[in-house]
Design a protein around this ligand. Structure first.
Ligand code: FAD
Ligand code: NAD
Length: 404
């Protein structure tokens, strides 16, 4: 160990960053290391609840937790600032308001929307990416309802919502819209049939690659509540108030366009010189960046290889949380010596909410759950994370207890 204490810097207070910081405070005594956490907000948010914020089915504040409520700020130096660039050659991080040095770096800066170069996608679509971007969607949809009521000859497409992509984010958001739109219709005296919610998915099915019974269940549940699907239909271009889709280049006019067609690592990672493969960094089994021994990349910024399938695990909150154990352990090993641990994903299943009391998914090695049972399980998963982060107090304050 060097004469001065090793400096560990964690970038981003998402699932990966928060849990790693917490584990580091448990692994080290205060006199052993300096731990710094940098985040652009003074709160941590539940990314996995943002579809609810975006639809307006939960209040914004429900999804966020003050960092100082769950991280001991006498142990951890919290910097409320935005990361601009990582200078890996001189081991510094440039922030909007200064620069910090590190000996060990943990990058947990999360995802941003991947637009695959589709014209107009960046400029003209909303995305469910942060508290701020999700709140914009909620307010924009409600504004369209208010406008529709107020204009003498309103264009009916003001009330059309197009969702691009029917992966898990798209499906969960549609489920919340199915619950929220009838409430807005009542509030603004608008017949439900005047509002169109259309999902456009490039593949022939929703949730491509997922269990067939479960994806059929999800699709039927959503269709039953008025969601239309255009499957096997690619979005080719987005304009200010329309999307161009399919081989026929059909134009669908819409007052709200939300893109859930894919994610990639926060652009800071690529801009700082880390090599990207399909938008993320391939880390080794110890979660370190290639050729940068003291740099760990976690969560949605990284791909971790599943040696059984030869394909990387799809990044999720579940993986980001589990990675924090290996990361904290390996930082300690790098400081004191020993054998580095390799990450092994313990897949506890996948459950997706479909709005209200409905959900579906698999748990315990493929056991299928539908409806209320699945929704209760989804709440248990959410509450378990709150417990890991902030113990019973946080569960009581922010937990989900009722199935809808
Ligand atoms: P994030 O949780 O995204 O955190 C990144 C953090 O970095 C944020 O706090 C952000 O403020 C901060 N940050 C970003 N840029 C900067 C900067 N420049 N400077 C400083 N700080 C910065 N996965 C599941 O396992 N289960 C689910 O049910 C599930 N549901 C989901 C629902 C939705 C709507 C979405 C969008 C995703 C869902 N996921 C789910 C995926 C999951 O949310 C992500 O895989 C997970 O959030 C990744 O965690 P992370 O720590 O890498 O990043
Ligand atoms: P995704 O990449 O999983 O899905 C994107 C979807 O958009 C795909 O179905 C794709 O075919 C479609 N698409 C792409 N380009 C298109 C185009 N031009 N036109 C029409 N459709 C197009 O992205 P996601 O849903 O945001 O999920 C990101 C990650 O977060 C995944 O790993 C997912 O498992 C995870 N997640 C998990 C949950 C959960 O467990 N409940 C919920 C949300 C997200």
């Amino acid at each position: 160990m060097t004469a001065s204490k090793p400096k560990i810097v964690v970038l981003g207070a998402g699932y990966a960053g928060m849990m790693t910081t917490k584990k580091l405070t448990q692994q080290f005594a205060p006199e052993e290391v300096d731990i710094t956490l940098v985040n652009k907000h003074n709160y941590h948010y539940q990314t996995t609840w943002l579809h609810e914020v975006a639809a307006g089915t939960i209040d914004v504040n429900r999804s966020r937790i003050m960092i100082s409520d769950v991280i001991n700020t006498r142990r951890v130096h919290f910097i409320h600032d935005t990361v601009v660039k990582i200078n890996k050659d001189d081991k510094t991080v440039q922030l909007e308001n200064g620069e910090i040095e590190y000996d060990y770096l943990v990058i947990g800066l999360g995802f941003e929307k991947a637009t695959f170069g589709i014209p107009g996608m960046e400029e003209h679509t909303f995305s469910i990416q942060s508290v701020d971007s999700s709140r914009m969607i909620r307010d924009h949809i409600e504004y369209q309802f208010a406008r529709y009521r107020n204009e003498p000859n309103p264009d009916p497409s003001m009330l059309t919502i197009v969702v691009g992509g029917a992966g898990f984010t798209g499906i969960e958001f549609l489920g919340e819209l199915a619950e929220r739109i009838p409430v807005l219709c009542k509030k603004y005296d608008i017949p439900r049939q005047d509002v169109k919610i259309i999902d456009v998915e490039a593949m022939p099915t929703v949730l491509p690659g997922f269990n067939e019974d479960l994806l059929s269940y999800a699709k039927e549940s959503l269709e039953h509540r008025g969601i239309e699907f255009k499957l096997g239909t690619m979005i080719k271009e987005v304009k200010v108030d329309s999307v161009i889709v399919g081989d026929e280049e059909e134009e669908i006019k819409a007052g709200t366009i939300v893109w859930t067609g894919g994610v990639q690592a926060n652009r800071i990672v690529g801009e700082s010189g880390f090599e990207l493969t399909k938008g993320k960094v391939n880390v080794d089994a110890t979660l370190r960046a290639p050729d940068n021994e003291g740099v760990f990349i976690l969560g949605d910024c990284a791909w971790v290889m599943n040696n059984e399938t030869g394909k990387p695990y799809p990044p999720t909150a579940q993986i980001a949380i589990q990675e924090s154990d290996v990361c904290a352990h390996n930082i300690k090993t790098m400081i004191y010596g020993g054998t580095l641990e390799e990450f092994k994903f313990d897949d506890k299943g996948t459950v997706a909410s479909l709005g209200g009391g409905d959900a579906m998914g698999t748990v315990f090695e493929g056991h299928k759950l539908y409806g209320m049972q699945a929704k209760v399980m989804k709440n248990v998963i959410d509450d378990r994370y709150l417990f890991l982060l902030g113990g019973p107090t946080l569960v009581l304050k922010k937990g989900k207890f009722r199935p809808f």
